[in-house]
Design a protein around this ligand. Structure first.
Ligand SMILES: [Zn+2]
Length: 517
């Protein structure tokens, strides 16, 4: 992959649209490198950074992304970010036409095709007014139609921008492959990047630094979304983007390379020694990933429900997404149990039929249509495990899948710490020597249907954790909050037969923990 520009925004190709890097003194570095690659039979890809463009930011103040915090947002940082709803869009398209049209590259990678944060610039504001007839809201509220419309608009605008770039590249050189940065697949709602970004990519890929477990989850998620194969993973010899000195041990890089190979993914890592180790497996790559169990990943659930009602400018923890934590926890559990799993998403729910069981890890958003798919899956003999508020219709105050779960939603139970207490012998044996499972948070209160089996109940702490203050000593133990002496009666685990299948509902996303039990 050869850099046509970088986040600095200066062109390394001979351009009549942008500004060339002065130290090149007119030399067409990008063109020379493309030529050298061709001479050696190497397929060269171009790299082009969009929206992160310091040159554009400095020279075109009216292109700047305007965060809710105001223009001072940029003072502490190094990145100048521009908005794709401004005339920057025309500039990016013109650059694309030059790079792809002028040089014989096999493909182009557009980096940073996402929103850095919510933009309230004049163009975004005007566009939202025009399309929705109101001001762009400044308070996060997932139960508010205006906020949802704004979130949807940001996703649509980004997708439109990505598709325009892809269209410009394809038109400039038929056959060229296009890839947009998709490393933000697990990024929170602020990125405004819908899963449909995959439709603007000839194959999907992105750069990741979270190690082999993350790479494995990413490969399985990409597998069902990509239009072309192989999918691509990029990583670096260093672990952190701001430290280019401390290197990962070679064994770690080898493991990461093997994860990519195991999933028939291409790995972009410039180390010949690694490439030599994975090359012998290349003739065997391809085929379908097989698994019995699917994890359900819902991109629309990547928000922090605790920040509903908070002004965008005052968000402190938008990246605390319980759905993502539960998804990663469930992936870790399956991996440790050596159970191959796949990932089904809200963009490819038709893939559910490939699996025998599916896990819904604390899914915050589920439409009626999606719920119907899961209902049909269980009716047809599938096994469904759902945790916490999965399928909860907050307005109606009921689970869309209450008939499947055999559990009717009531409300919230407990506060900072709650316990699951087994009623079933097998569950008790499974968690031994613990006699309860602790959960760091509230649980969902529900009533079990008559034909459902309650395998475990919710037990609250001996004394409410928030009462444990120095004055009055109203706590059960000084440091911890031990469970009440008598088990509670509200269901924590409900097993229910539905049609030819079964459903297990858990009152909290217990999979989120990194404990071994
Ligand atoms: Zn804007």
């Amino acid at each position: 992959m050869l850099y046509a520009n970088s986040h600095v925004g200066l062109a390394l190709w001979r351009t009549s649209v942008g500004r060339m890097h002065a130290n090149l003194r007119g030399r067409d570095l990008f063109g020379d490198l493309v030529g050298e690659c061709r001479r050696r039979g190497i397929h060269a890809l171009g790299y082009f950074s969009v929206t992160y463009d310091n040159w554009a930011f400095e020279n075109h103040p009216d292109w700047r992304l305007l965060p809710a915090e105001g223009p001072d947002y940029y003072l502490g940082g190094r990145a100048g970010i521009v908005c794709p709803n401004t005339a920057y869009r025309d500039y990016a398209l013109a650059c694309t036409r030059e790079i792809v049209g002028r040089y014989e590259i096999a493909g182009i990678f557009f980096d940073m095709t996402f929103w850095n944060t919510v933009c309230y610039c004049a163009r975004c504001t005007e566009r939202f007014r025009r399309e929705h007839g109101s001001e762009p809201p400044r308070r996060v509220d997932w139960d508010d139609a205006s906020w949802r419309a704004f979130h949807g608009a940001r996703q649509a605008w980004l997708l439109e921008f990505a598709r325009a770039l892809t269209g410009a590249a394809h038109a400039a050189r038929p056959g060229v492959t296009v890839e947009h940065q998709f490393a933000t697949i697990f990024g929170n709602w602020q990125r405004g990047q819908p899963l449909e970004i995959a439709s603007a990519c000839d194959y999907v890929g992105g750069d990741f630094y979270g190690g082999p477990t993350e790479h494995s989850l990413v490969c399985k998620t990409y597998d069902g979304l990509t239009r072309g194969r192989p999918i691509e993973l990029m990583t670096s010899r260093t672990r952190r983007g701001n430290d280019h000195v401390t290197q990962k041990p070679f064994e770690e890089l080898r493991t990461e390379a093997c994860v990519a190979t195991l999933h028939s993914a291409a790995l972009l890592l410039m180390l010949a020694k690694i490439a030599r180790e994975t090359a012998p497996y290349e003739p065997f790559l391809g085929g379908d990933l097989l698994a019995d169990v699917a994890l359900y990943f819902d991109k629309e659930s990547l928000y922090n429900p605790a920040e509903t009602g908070v002004d965008v400018a005052r968000l402190r923890a938008p990246d605390q997404c319980p759905h993502r934590d539960a998804l990663v926890g469930a992936a870790r559990l399956l991996q440790e149990a050596h159970l191959p799993y796949g990932v089904v998403t809200n963009a490819n729910l038709d893939r559910l039929a490939r699996y025998r069981a599916v896990i819904l890890p604390s899914v915050l958003e589920l439409t009626r249509e999606q719920a119907e798919r899961f209902r049909g899956f269980v009716r047809g003999g599938g096994v469904l495990v759902a945790t916490g508020p999965s399928s909860l219709d907050r307005k109606a105050g009921r689970f869309l899948l209450e008939d499947v779960f055999g559990a009717r939603y009531v409300g919230r139970l407990g506060t900072r710490l709650t316990y699951l207490t087994p009623r079933d012998r097998e569950v008790a044996d499974a968690i031994w020597p613990q006699d309860h499972l602790a959960h760091a948070g509230a649980m969902v209160q529900a009533v079990a249907a008559e034909d459902a089996e309650v395998l475990a109940t919710v037990t609250l702490p001996f004394a409410p954790p928030e009462q444990g203050t120095v004055i009055g000593s109203r706590f059960g133990a000084y440091w911890s909050n031990p469970p009440a002496l008598k088990a509670g009666s509200d269901p924590a685990a409900v097993l229910h037969r539905f049609g030819a299948g079964r459903a297990l509902w858990l009152a909290a996303p217990l999979e989120t923990t990194n404990e071994s039990v």
